[in-house]
Ligand binder design. Structure first.
Ligand code: NAP
Length: 470
Protein backbone atom coordinates (compact mmCIF):
# COMPACT_ATOMS: atom_id res chain seq x y z
CA UNK A 1 0.00 0.00 0.00
CA UNK A 2 1.08 3.60 -0.53
CA UNK A 3 1.21 6.87 1.40
CA UNK A 4 -1.34 9.59 0.71
CA UNK A 5 0.15 13.04 0.15
CA UNK A 6 -1.70 15.97 -1.45
CA UNK A 7 -4.43 13.71 -2.81
CA UNK A 8 -1.96 11.36 -4.52
CA UNK A 9 -0.65 7.93 -3.61
CA UNK A 10 3.13 7.98 -3.11
CA UNK A 11 5.45 4.99 -3.04
CA UNK A 12 9.12 4.72 -2.01
CA UNK A 13 11.91 2.32 -2.72
CA UNK A 14 12.62 1.92 0.97
CA UNK A 15 9.94 -0.20 2.64
CA UNK A 16 8.69 -1.20 6.07
CA UNK A 17 7.53 -4.80 6.32
CA UNK A 18 4.18 -5.37 7.98
CA UNK A 19 4.14 -8.73 9.76
CA UNK A 20 1.14 -10.82 10.83
CA UNK A 21 1.61 -11.35 14.59
CA UNK A 22 -0.23 -14.71 14.38
CA UNK A 23 2.20 -16.53 12.07
CA UNK A 24 5.01 -13.95 11.68
CA UNK A 25 4.46 -13.99 7.89
CA UNK A 26 4.84 -10.88 5.73
CA UNK A 27 1.44 -9.34 4.90
CA UNK A 28 2.53 -6.34 2.86
CA UNK A 29 5.14 -3.58 2.70
CA UNK A 30 4.53 0.13 3.10
CA UNK A 31 6.77 3.00 2.03
CA UNK A 32 9.36 4.12 4.54
CA UNK A 33 8.68 7.85 4.30
CA UNK A 34 11.48 10.44 4.60
CA UNK A 35 11.64 13.89 6.16
CA UNK A 36 10.98 15.36 2.68
CA UNK A 37 7.80 13.27 2.33
CA UNK A 38 6.36 14.44 5.61
CA UNK A 39 7.34 18.04 4.85
CA UNK A 40 5.49 17.73 1.52
CA UNK A 41 2.47 16.39 3.42
CA UNK A 42 2.53 19.30 5.88
CA UNK A 43 2.87 21.79 3.00
CA UNK A 44 -0.08 20.16 1.22
CA UNK A 45 -2.16 20.34 4.41
CA UNK A 46 -1.23 24.01 4.82
CA UNK A 47 -2.18 24.79 1.23
CA UNK A 48 -5.51 22.96 1.57
CA UNK A 49 -6.62 25.05 4.57
CA UNK A 50 -8.39 27.68 2.47
CA UNK A 51 -10.24 25.15 0.30
CA UNK A 52 -11.44 23.34 3.42
CA UNK A 53 -12.45 26.57 5.10
CA UNK A 54 -14.49 27.57 2.04
CA UNK A 55 -16.62 24.41 2.26
CA UNK A 56 -19.98 24.92 3.96
CA UNK A 57 -20.75 23.00 7.14
CA UNK A 58 -23.54 21.31 5.21
CA UNK A 59 -21.02 20.10 2.61
CA UNK A 60 -18.69 18.80 5.35
CA UNK A 61 -21.64 16.95 6.91
CA UNK A 62 -22.50 15.36 3.55
CA UNK A 63 -18.90 14.32 2.90
CA UNK A 64 -18.51 12.66 6.32
CA UNK A 65 -21.88 11.00 6.02
CA UNK A 66 -20.98 9.51 2.60
CA UNK A 67 -17.67 8.20 3.98
CA UNK A 68 -19.51 6.52 6.87
CA UNK A 69 -21.78 4.76 4.35
CA UNK A 70 -18.76 3.57 2.33
CA UNK A 71 -17.20 2.15 5.49
CA UNK A 72 -20.50 0.43 6.31
CA UNK A 73 -20.29 -1.34 2.93
CA UNK A 74 -16.80 -2.60 3.77
CA UNK A 75 -16.97 -3.77 7.38
CA UNK A 76 -15.58 -7.24 6.69
CA UNK A 77 -12.69 -6.06 4.48
CA UNK A 78 -11.48 -3.52 7.01
CA UNK A 79 -11.96 -5.89 9.95
CA UNK A 80 -9.90 -8.59 8.22
CA UNK A 81 -7.09 -6.14 7.56
CA UNK A 82 -7.04 -5.07 11.23
CA UNK A 83 -6.89 -8.70 12.32
CA UNK A 84 -4.08 -9.48 9.87
CA UNK A 85 -1.88 -6.60 10.99
CA UNK A 86 -2.62 -6.59 14.74
CA UNK A 87 -3.68 -10.16 15.62
CA UNK A 88 -6.92 -8.80 17.11
CA UNK A 89 -9.68 -11.44 17.20
CA UNK A 90 -11.92 -10.90 14.19
CA UNK A 91 -15.07 -10.42 16.29
CA UNK A 92 -13.33 -7.50 18.06
CA UNK A 93 -12.04 -6.06 14.78
CA UNK A 94 -15.62 -6.01 13.49
CA UNK A 95 -16.65 -4.17 16.65
CA UNK A 96 -13.91 -1.64 16.00
CA UNK A 97 -15.23 -0.96 12.51
CA UNK A 98 -18.82 -0.66 13.73
CA UNK A 99 -17.65 1.89 16.29
CA UNK A 100 -15.59 3.64 13.62
CA UNK A 101 -18.71 4.14 11.51
CA UNK A 102 -20.34 5.80 14.51
CA UNK A 103 -17.25 7.94 15.10
CA UNK A 104 -17.63 9.34 11.58
CA UNK A 105 -21.42 9.75 11.95
CA UNK A 106 -20.99 11.61 15.26
CA UNK A 107 -18.44 13.89 13.61
CA UNK A 108 -20.79 14.54 10.68
CA UNK A 109 -23.49 15.58 13.15
CA UNK A 110 -21.08 17.67 15.22
CA UNK A 111 -19.95 19.55 12.09
CA UNK A 112 -23.33 21.31 12.21
CA UNK A 113 -22.70 22.54 15.75
CA UNK A 114 -19.42 24.44 15.48
CA UNK A 115 -20.46 27.87 16.76
CA UNK A 116 -19.63 30.46 19.39
CA UNK A 117 -21.75 32.47 21.83
CA UNK A 118 -22.82 36.00 22.57
CA UNK A 119 -20.99 37.81 25.36
CA UNK A 120 -22.92 40.09 27.75
CA UNK A 121 -20.46 42.97 27.39
CA UNK A 122 -22.66 45.42 29.30
CA UNK A 123 -22.37 43.34 32.48
CA UNK A 124 -19.05 45.13 33.09
CA UNK A 125 -18.06 48.74 33.71
CA UNK A 126 -17.17 50.16 30.32
CA UNK A 127 -19.05 47.47 28.40
CA UNK A 128 -22.33 49.33 27.89
CA UNK A 129 -23.28 49.75 24.26
CA UNK A 130 -20.95 47.03 23.01
CA UNK A 131 -22.17 43.84 21.34
CA UNK A 132 -19.80 40.90 21.63
CA UNK A 133 -19.89 37.46 20.10
CA UNK A 134 -17.41 34.64 19.49
CA UNK A 135 -16.84 32.51 16.46
CA UNK A 136 -15.07 29.16 16.30
CA UNK A 137 -12.43 28.89 13.63
CA UNK A 138 -10.30 25.93 12.56
CA UNK A 139 -6.85 25.65 14.10
CA UNK A 140 -5.29 24.88 10.72
CA UNK A 141 -3.11 21.78 10.35
CA UNK A 142 -3.61 18.93 12.83
CA UNK A 143 -0.64 16.60 13.30
CA UNK A 144 -1.76 13.17 14.46
CA UNK A 145 0.24 10.14 15.59
CA UNK A 146 -1.47 6.85 16.44
CA UNK A 147 -0.66 3.45 18.04
CA UNK A 148 -1.11 -0.12 16.83
CA UNK A 149 -4.00 -1.33 18.94
CA UNK A 150 -7.06 0.41 17.43
CA UNK A 151 -5.55 1.46 14.10
CA UNK A 152 -8.82 2.70 12.58
CA UNK A 153 -11.02 4.00 15.37
CA UNK A 154 -8.28 5.86 17.26
CA UNK A 155 -7.15 7.47 14.01
CA UNK A 156 -10.76 8.42 13.28
CA UNK A 157 -11.02 10.12 16.67
CA UNK A 158 -8.52 12.57 15.18
CA UNK A 159 -9.36 12.60 11.46
CA UNK A 160 -13.16 12.87 11.66
CA UNK A 161 -13.36 15.79 14.17
CA UNK A 162 -10.50 17.52 12.29
CA UNK A 163 -12.53 17.39 9.08
CA UNK A 164 -15.74 18.31 10.94
CA UNK A 165 -14.03 21.53 12.05
CA UNK A 166 -12.62 22.24 8.54
CA UNK A 167 -9.04 21.58 9.58
CA UNK A 168 -6.58 19.65 7.47
CA UNK A 169 -4.57 16.73 8.86
CA UNK A 170 -1.28 14.90 8.54
CA UNK A 171 -1.35 11.53 10.26
CA UNK A 172 1.33 8.97 10.98
CA UNK A 173 0.09 5.46 11.81
CA UNK A 174 1.98 2.88 13.87
CA UNK A 175 4.68 1.17 11.79
CA UNK A 176 3.38 -2.16 13.12
CA UNK A 177 -0.19 -1.65 11.83
CA UNK A 178 -0.37 0.96 9.06
CA UNK A 179 -2.37 -0.94 6.42
CA UNK A 180 -5.97 -0.40 7.51
CA UNK A 181 -5.44 3.34 7.93
CA UNK A 182 -3.87 3.63 4.47
CA UNK A 183 -6.91 1.87 3.06
CA UNK A 184 -9.24 4.18 4.99
CA UNK A 185 -7.30 7.19 3.67
CA UNK A 186 -8.26 6.21 0.12
CA UNK A 187 -11.93 6.37 1.17
CA UNK A 188 -11.54 9.87 2.60
CA UNK A 189 -9.52 11.00 -0.40
CA UNK A 190 -12.41 10.18 -2.77
CA UNK A 191 -14.51 12.89 -1.17
CA UNK A 192 -12.10 15.52 0.20
CA UNK A 193 -10.03 18.19 -1.58
CA UNK A 194 -6.35 17.21 -2.17
CA UNK A 195 -4.20 17.85 0.89
CA UNK A 196 -7.08 17.79 3.39
CA UNK A 197 -5.93 14.39 4.64
CA UNK A 198 -2.36 13.11 4.33
CA UNK A 199 -1.07 9.80 5.64
CA UNK A 200 2.69 9.34 5.94
CA UNK A 201 4.23 6.02 6.93
CA UNK A 202 7.70 5.72 8.40
CA UNK A 203 9.51 5.73 11.70
CA UNK A 204 8.36 7.68 14.74
CA UNK A 205 11.83 9.18 15.04
CA UNK A 206 11.69 10.73 11.53
CA UNK A 207 8.05 11.19 10.44
CA UNK A 208 6.70 11.65 13.98
CA UNK A 209 9.53 13.98 14.91
CA UNK A 210 8.91 16.30 11.95
CA UNK A 211 5.15 16.42 12.62
CA UNK A 212 5.90 17.30 16.24
CA UNK A 213 8.47 20.02 15.51
CA UNK A 214 7.21 21.61 12.28
CA UNK A 215 5.89 25.10 12.96
CA UNK A 216 3.23 24.81 10.23
CA UNK A 217 1.49 22.19 12.38
CA UNK A 218 -0.94 23.87 14.79
CA UNK A 219 -1.86 21.01 17.10
CA UNK A 220 -0.53 17.58 18.00
CA UNK A 221 -3.05 14.89 18.75
CA UNK A 222 -1.15 11.86 20.01
CA UNK A 223 -2.32 8.46 21.20
CA UNK A 224 0.35 6.07 22.45
CA UNK A 225 2.65 5.29 25.34
CA UNK A 226 3.59 7.65 28.18
CA UNK A 227 7.25 7.43 27.16
CA UNK A 228 6.59 8.68 23.61
CA UNK A 229 4.03 11.21 24.90
CA UNK A 230 6.55 12.83 27.25
CA UNK A 231 9.18 12.97 24.54
CA UNK A 232 6.66 14.62 22.15
CA UNK A 233 5.66 17.22 24.77
CA UNK A 234 9.30 18.23 25.13
CA UNK A 235 9.69 18.84 21.39
CA UNK A 236 6.31 20.32 20.42
CA UNK A 237 6.98 23.96 21.31
CA UNK A 238 3.89 26.16 21.53
CA UNK A 239 1.46 23.78 19.84
CA UNK A 240 -1.83 22.74 21.37
CA UNK A 241 -1.49 19.18 22.68
CA UNK A 242 -3.90 16.33 23.20
CA UNK A 243 -2.21 13.31 24.79
CA UNK A 244 -4.08 10.02 25.11
CA UNK A 245 -1.53 7.84 26.91
CA UNK A 246 -1.19 4.60 28.81
CA UNK A 247 -3.34 3.25 31.62
CA UNK A 248 -3.21 0.94 34.61
CA UNK A 249 -6.93 0.68 35.26
CA UNK A 250 -8.15 -0.88 38.52
CA UNK A 251 -11.36 -2.87 38.94
CA UNK A 252 -12.50 -2.94 42.57
CA UNK A 253 -14.92 -5.61 43.77
CA UNK A 254 -16.42 -5.03 47.23
CA UNK A 255 -18.13 -7.59 49.44
CA UNK A 256 -21.61 -6.25 48.55
CA UNK A 257 -21.05 -6.67 44.78
CA UNK A 258 -22.97 -8.88 42.36
CA UNK A 259 -20.12 -11.38 42.02
CA UNK A 260 -21.38 -13.03 38.81
CA UNK A 261 -21.56 -9.64 37.08
CA UNK A 262 -18.17 -8.62 38.46
CA UNK A 263 -16.59 -11.84 37.17
CA UNK A 264 -18.00 -11.25 33.66
CA UNK A 265 -16.76 -7.66 33.75
CA UNK A 266 -13.29 -8.70 34.89
CA UNK A 267 -13.09 -11.35 32.15
CA UNK A 268 -14.08 -8.93 29.41
CA UNK A 269 -11.95 -6.13 30.83
CA UNK A 270 -8.75 -8.10 31.40
CA UNK A 271 -8.64 -10.11 28.20
CA UNK A 272 -10.07 -7.89 25.47
CA UNK A 273 -7.46 -7.92 22.68
CA UNK A 274 -5.18 -9.87 25.03
CA UNK A 275 -5.07 -6.92 27.42
CA UNK A 276 -3.45 -4.66 24.79
CA UNK A 277 -5.96 -1.90 25.43
CA UNK A 278 -5.21 1.35 27.26
CA UNK A 279 -8.37 0.88 29.35
CA UNK A 280 -7.97 -2.87 29.94
CA UNK A 281 -8.40 -3.98 33.55
CA UNK A 282 -4.78 -4.10 34.70
CA UNK A 283 -5.39 -4.65 38.43
CA UNK A 284 -8.26 -6.48 40.16
CA UNK A 285 -8.69 -5.30 43.74
CA UNK A 286 -10.80 -7.69 45.81
CA UNK A 287 -12.23 -7.24 49.29
CA UNK A 288 -10.95 -10.19 51.35
CA UNK A 289 -14.32 -11.70 52.25
CA UNK A 290 -15.40 -12.29 48.62
CA UNK A 291 -11.95 -12.89 47.12
CA UNK A 292 -12.02 -16.71 47.18
CA UNK A 293 -15.53 -16.92 45.74
CA UNK A 294 -14.68 -14.40 43.01
CA UNK A 295 -11.43 -16.16 42.11
CA UNK A 296 -12.97 -19.59 41.89
CA UNK A 297 -15.49 -18.30 39.31
CA UNK A 298 -13.02 -16.00 37.55
CA UNK A 299 -10.32 -18.65 37.07
CA UNK A 300 -12.99 -20.98 35.63
CA UNK A 301 -14.05 -18.28 33.12
CA UNK A 302 -10.42 -17.52 32.26
CA UNK A 303 -9.75 -21.20 31.52
CA UNK A 304 -12.75 -21.28 29.15
CA UNK A 305 -11.31 -18.58 26.87
CA UNK A 306 -10.46 -19.80 23.40
CA UNK A 307 -6.86 -19.01 22.49
CA UNK A 308 -5.87 -19.33 18.84
CA UNK A 309 -6.17 -18.05 15.29
CA UNK A 310 -7.54 -14.50 15.45
CA UNK A 311 -9.33 -15.01 12.10
CA UNK A 312 -11.51 -17.69 13.74
CA UNK A 313 -14.76 -16.01 14.85
CA UNK A 314 -14.73 -18.13 18.04
CA UNK A 315 -11.26 -16.93 19.17
CA UNK A 316 -11.13 -14.78 22.32
CA UNK A 317 -7.36 -14.45 22.70
CA UNK A 318 -4.94 -13.98 19.82
CA UNK A 319 -1.21 -13.25 19.84
CA UNK A 320 0.45 -10.15 21.26
CA UNK A 321 1.63 -7.63 18.69
CA UNK A 322 5.12 -9.18 18.55
CA UNK A 323 7.38 -11.64 20.35
CA UNK A 324 9.25 -8.94 22.28
CA UNK A 325 5.99 -7.79 23.82
CA UNK A 326 5.18 -11.37 24.85
CA UNK A 327 8.67 -11.80 26.33
CA UNK A 328 8.24 -8.58 28.30
CA UNK A 329 4.97 -9.85 29.78
CA UNK A 330 6.63 -13.20 30.58
CA UNK A 331 9.47 -11.45 32.44
CA UNK A 332 7.11 -9.34 34.52
CA UNK A 333 4.98 -12.35 35.47
CA UNK A 334 8.07 -14.37 36.40
CA UNK A 335 9.42 -11.54 38.54
CA UNK A 336 6.07 -11.21 40.33
CA UNK A 337 6.13 -14.97 41.02
CA UNK A 338 9.66 -14.69 42.44
CA UNK A 339 8.44 -11.88 44.69
CA UNK A 340 5.61 -13.94 46.19
CA UNK A 341 2.66 -13.81 43.75
CA UNK A 342 0.76 -17.08 43.30
CA UNK A 343 -0.09 -18.47 39.86
CA UNK A 344 -3.74 -19.59 39.61
CA UNK A 345 -3.79 -20.26 35.86
CA UNK A 346 -1.87 -19.49 32.67
CA UNK A 347 1.68 -18.22 33.10
CA UNK A 348 2.98 -19.64 29.82
CA UNK A 349 4.30 -18.09 26.63
CA UNK A 350 4.43 -19.69 23.20
CA UNK A 351 6.10 -17.46 20.57
CA UNK A 352 3.91 -14.32 20.34
CA UNK A 353 1.13 -15.80 22.48
CA UNK A 354 0.80 -15.39 26.22
CA UNK A 355 -1.84 -17.49 27.96
CA UNK A 356 -4.54 -15.68 29.94
CA UNK A 357 -3.12 -15.57 33.45
CA UNK A 358 -4.48 -14.99 36.95
CA UNK A 359 -2.00 -14.15 39.72
CA UNK A 360 -3.09 -13.97 43.35
CA UNK A 361 -1.32 -12.16 46.21
CA UNK A 362 0.10 -9.42 44.04
CA UNK A 363 1.32 -6.28 45.83
CA UNK A 364 1.34 -2.71 44.57
CA UNK A 365 5.15 -2.64 44.63
CA UNK A 366 5.55 -5.25 41.87
CA UNK A 367 6.62 -3.95 38.44
CA UNK A 368 3.76 -5.99 36.93
CA UNK A 369 1.28 -3.48 38.39
CA UNK A 370 3.49 -0.42 38.84
CA UNK A 371 3.97 -0.21 35.08
CA UNK A 372 1.38 -0.71 32.33
CA UNK A 373 1.58 -4.41 31.42
CA UNK A 374 0.14 -4.89 27.93
CA UNK A 375 -0.89 -8.54 28.12
CA UNK A 376 -3.72 -10.91 29.17
CA UNK A 377 -2.79 -10.75 32.84
CA UNK A 378 -5.10 -10.41 35.85
CA UNK A 379 -3.10 -9.43 38.92
CA UNK A 380 -5.17 -9.83 42.09
CA UNK A 381 -4.59 -7.50 45.03
CA UNK A 382 -6.53 -8.35 48.20
CA UNK A 383 -7.66 -5.56 50.55
CA UNK A 384 -9.61 -5.36 53.81
CA UNK A 385 -12.10 -2.56 53.02
CA UNK A 386 -13.13 0.19 50.60
CA UNK A 387 -10.63 2.70 52.01
CA UNK A 388 -7.71 0.38 51.38
CA UNK A 389 -9.16 -0.49 47.94
CA UNK A 390 -9.28 3.18 46.93
CA UNK A 391 -5.78 3.80 48.27
CA UNK A 392 -4.37 0.85 46.31
CA UNK A 393 -6.31 1.88 43.18
CA UNK A 394 -4.79 5.38 43.29
CA UNK A 395 -1.27 4.11 44.05
CA UNK A 396 -0.08 4.50 40.46
CA UNK A 397 1.25 7.21 38.19
CA UNK A 398 -1.59 6.47 35.74
CA UNK A 399 -5.17 7.75 35.91
CA UNK A 400 -7.11 6.72 32.82
CA UNK A 401 -10.33 4.95 33.94
CA UNK A 402 -11.40 2.85 36.93
CA UNK A 403 -14.29 0.56 37.83
CA UNK A 404 -16.00 -0.54 41.03
CA UNK A 405 -18.58 -3.23 41.73
CA UNK A 406 -20.81 -2.53 44.75
CA UNK A 407 -24.53 -2.46 45.49
CA UNK A 408 -24.08 0.39 47.94
CA UNK A 409 -24.80 3.89 46.67
CA UNK A 410 -22.65 5.26 49.49
CA UNK A 411 -19.63 3.21 48.41
CA UNK A 412 -20.25 4.02 44.75
CA UNK A 413 -20.34 7.76 45.41
CA UNK A 414 -17.28 7.57 47.64
CA UNK A 415 -15.38 5.81 44.84
CA UNK A 416 -16.61 8.35 42.27
CA UNK A 417 -15.21 11.12 44.46
CA UNK A 418 -11.90 9.53 45.48
CA UNK A 419 -10.72 7.63 42.41
CA UNK A 420 -8.21 9.83 40.63
CA UNK A 421 -9.05 8.81 37.06
CA UNK A 422 -10.61 10.50 34.03
CA UNK A 423 -13.70 8.26 34.30
CA UNK A 424 -15.13 6.13 37.10
CA UNK A 425 -17.35 3.23 36.05
CA UNK A 426 -19.83 1.95 38.60
CA UNK A 427 -20.85 -1.67 38.18
CA UNK A 428 -18.98 -1.82 34.88
CA UNK A 429 -15.39 -2.61 33.93
CA UNK A 430 -13.28 0.43 33.02
CA UNK A 431 -12.76 -1.19 29.62
CA UNK A 432 -15.71 0.77 28.34
CA UNK A 433 -15.90 3.63 25.89
CA UNK A 434 -18.68 5.11 23.82
CA UNK A 435 -17.39 7.31 21.05
CA UNK A 436 -19.27 10.42 22.18
CA UNK A 437 -18.20 10.41 25.83
CA UNK A 438 -15.41 12.67 27.12
CA UNK A 439 -12.44 10.34 27.15
CA UNK A 440 -8.99 11.08 28.54
CA UNK A 441 -6.94 10.38 31.62
CA UNK A 442 -5.53 12.19 34.61
CA UNK A 443 -1.96 12.10 35.89
CA UNK A 444 0.47 10.47 33.42
CA UNK A 445 -2.41 9.06 31.36
CA UNK A 446 -2.75 12.21 29.37
CA UNK A 447 -3.77 15.76 28.64
CA UNK A 448 -7.17 16.79 27.29
CA UNK A 449 -10.19 14.83 26.16
CA UNK A 450 -11.30 13.09 23.00
CA UNK A 451 -14.89 12.02 22.22
CA UNK A 452 -16.20 13.88 19.22
CA UNK A 453 -17.74 16.98 20.83
CA UNK A 454 -14.64 17.43 23.03
CA UNK A 455 -12.18 16.89 20.20
CA UNK A 456 -14.12 19.41 18.10
CA UNK A 457 -13.77 21.98 20.89
CA UNK A 458 -10.02 21.31 21.05
CA UNK A 459 -9.55 21.58 17.28
CA UNK A 460 -10.95 25.10 17.02
CA UNK A 461 -9.87 28.48 18.32
CA UNK A 462 -12.19 31.17 19.61
CA UNK A 463 -12.25 34.62 18.03
CA UNK A 464 -14.12 37.47 19.70
CA UNK A 465 -15.87 40.15 17.64
CA UNK A 466 -16.97 43.38 19.36
CA UNK A 467 -19.31 45.95 17.79
CA UNK A 468 -19.43 49.45 19.23
CA UNK A 469 -23.07 50.49 19.05
CA UNK A 470 -22.69 53.60 21.24
P1 NAP B 1 4.06 3.97 21.05
O1 NAP B 1 5.22 3.06 20.98
O2 NAP B 1 4.15 5.15 21.95
O3 NAP B 1 3.81 4.44 19.54
C1 NAP B 1 2.72 5.26 19.22
C2 NAP B 1 3.05 6.07 17.97
O4 NAP B 1 4.11 6.98 18.26
C3 NAP B 1 3.52 5.21 16.79
O5 NAP B 1 2.96 5.73 15.61
C4 NAP B 1 5.03 5.44 16.82
O6 NAP B 1 5.66 5.25 15.57
C5 NAP B 1 5.09 6.90 17.24
N1 NAP B 1 6.40 7.32 17.74
C6 NAP B 1 7.37 6.56 18.28
N2 NAP B 1 8.44 7.32 18.62
C7 NAP B 1 8.12 8.59 18.28
C8 NAP B 1 8.80 9.83 18.37
N3 NAP B 1 10.04 9.90 18.88
N4 NAP B 1 8.18 10.96 17.96
C9 NAP B 1 6.93 10.90 17.46
N5 NAP B 1 6.23 9.73 17.32
C10 NAP B 1 6.81 8.60 17.73
O7 NAP B 1 2.73 3.19 21.45
P2 NAP B 1 2.20 1.76 20.93
O8 NAP B 1 3.04 0.68 21.49
O9 NAP B 1 1.97 1.81 19.46
O10 NAP B 1 0.75 1.71 21.64
C11 NAP B 1 0.54 1.26 22.92
C12 NAP B 1 0.43 2.42 23.90
O11 NAP B 1 -0.60 3.32 23.51
C13 NAP B 1 0.03 1.93 25.30
O12 NAP B 1 0.76 2.63 26.27
C14 NAP B 1 -1.45 2.27 25.38
O13 NAP B 1 -1.95 2.40 26.67
C15 NAP B 1 -1.48 3.57 24.62
N6 NAP B 1 -2.83 3.86 24.17
C16 NAP B 1 -3.52 4.87 24.76
C17 NAP B 1 -4.84 5.11 24.38
C18 NAP B 1 -5.65 6.22 24.99
O14 NAP B 1 -6.63 6.61 24.37
N7 NAP B 1 -5.30 6.73 26.15
C19 NAP B 1 -5.43 4.32 23.40
C20 NAP B 1 -4.68 3.29 22.82
C21 NAP B 1 -3.39 3.07 23.21
P3 NAP B 1 6.37 3.85 15.19
O15 NAP B 1 5.30 2.82 15.21
O16 NAP B 1 6.93 4.11 13.84
O17 NAP B 1 7.43 3.61 16.24
Amino acid sequence: MKMLINGELRDKKAKIEVINPYDNKLIDKVPEGSKEDVMDAIKAAKNAKKTMNDLSSRKIYEILFKISLKLKDNIDNFAELITLETGKPIKDSKEEIKRSIQTIELSAEESKRVYGETVPMDATIGGKGFIGFTIKIPLGVIGAITPFNYPINLALHKIAPAIATKNTIVIKPSSQAPLSLLKLGELFNEFLPPGAINIVTGSGGIIGDEIVKNTDVDKISFTGSVKTGISISKRAGLKKLTMELGGNDPLIVLNDADIEEAVLAATRGSYLFSGQVCIAVKRIILQNSIADDFLQKFVKKTRQLKVGDPMDPKTDIGPLIDENSAINVEKRVNNALKDGAELLCGGKRKANFYMPTVLDNVTSKMELVQEETFGPISPIIRVKDIDEALKVANDTKYGLQSGIFTQSIKNALKAAEKLDTGSVLINKQPTFRTDNMPFGGFKMSGIGKEGIKYAVEDMTKTKLVVINSN
